[in-house]
Design a protein around this ligand. Sequence first.
Ligand code: HEM
Ligand code: NAG
Ligand code: NAG
Ligand code: NAG
Length: 327
Amino acid sequence: MKMRAGYSIFLLVLSLTVCNAGKLSNTFYKNTCPQVEKIVREIIQIHTRNNPSLGAQLIRMQFHDCFVRGCDASVLLDTVSNSKAEKEAIPNQSLGGFDVIDDIKAAIERVCPKVVSCADILALAARDAISSPFKKSMWSVQLGRRDGRVSLATEISGNLPSPFANFTSLVQLFKGKGLNVNDLVVLSGAHTLGDSRCGAFSRRLYNFTSKGDADPSLDPTYAKILRKKCPNPASPAITVEMDPGSSLSFDNHYYDILLQRKGLFVSDAALLTDKNSNKIVTRLQRSRSLFFTAFAKSMKKMAAIGVLTGNAGEIRQNCRVVNPGKN
Ligand code: HEM
Ligand SMILES: *[C@@H]1O[C@H](CO)[C@@H](O)[C@H](O)[C@H]1NC(C)=O
Ligand SMILES: *[C@@H]1O[C@H](CO)[C@@H](O)[C@H](O)[C@H]1NC(C)=O
Ligand SMILES: *[C@@H]1O[C@H](CO)[C@@H](O)[C@H](O)[C@H]1NC(C)=O
């Protein structure tokens, strides 16, 4: 009898521990909004037809969301009165796709009102936008996040990595989010998609050590090409493909570019400055399928950073504003 009780307590503690570890679930909306994944997928399909860069925009938005206050859709909130929201911060650097999230949210509210969080919608939308050309889901998304009520531009600094960060500070910052060196190298592979404005790397072209010099770790021939594209100073309207010639296809080509010393940012080149990290780069460069598997795994970790679950936070009705009447 005594042993029985002990065993039950053991089981109870075990199940509590397991529940805490797996706060998000694959079937969270099974009873409350079974159509949610289908709705997101269909709306994303329509939008990616007109905007092939949507995958790049949304996965970057998800990254910014998760690294600042956890994956709580704080990146989606608009500025209120005199408190500037995350999206107004200088490193918001051309975030896009907010209108698409609004579209999806409106469609979901029509079918299952007040049930699906904006944070979950963002995670699904980013996955589906990148998956669209593959005609299958490239990773699975766990659900059950709730939305935060705070978004502050002042919290960007120190939470989002700088494109000028060295390896040590990148590792430090990722570690603070529960991500390791492998996750850092794998998730940086998202730079196989999209563009950057010149400001994020022009110092490498013109004034690396304030002596009018170029970054010696950048291929000199490529630096010359980049100087043509980005005069000093360059208009913020000018953008450069991060994975030239392949910036619309989600693949492991980023690691090719990196090994050719054509990674655009100091933070990209930094991945070659450590022996272990360098090894991971080489491995990912050799196998696209390994990259896909690794990316799915690291995305699952990133998408769970600091999530609000249970009764924490709220289910926002409009992704741009917190619900009224609650302080
Ligand atoms: C490792 C540290 C990282 C740094 C320092 C960094 C920095 C940057 C910068 C400076 C840009 C260009 C912004 C501009 O146009 O001004 C950019 C673009 C982008 N980043 Fe990162 N990033 C990092 C990691 C990530 C991660 C983890 C992801 C996603 C998983 C990601 C996804 C993207 C995408 C897709 C773009 C292109 C966006 C577009 O074309 O709309 N980045 N990043
Ligand atoms: C990004 O910040 C700039 C400057 O603060 C602002 O003008 C722009 O509207 C912001 N972008 C978004 C998408 O909010
Ligand atoms: C990396 O950057 C940090 C922050 O800027 C700096 O304190 C540190 O000295 C740098 N480390 C190396 C090895 O350059
Ligand atoms: C390079 O940087 C130094 C120090 O910040 C600055 O004084 C100089 O004007 C810069 N030169 C160019 C060409 O941007």
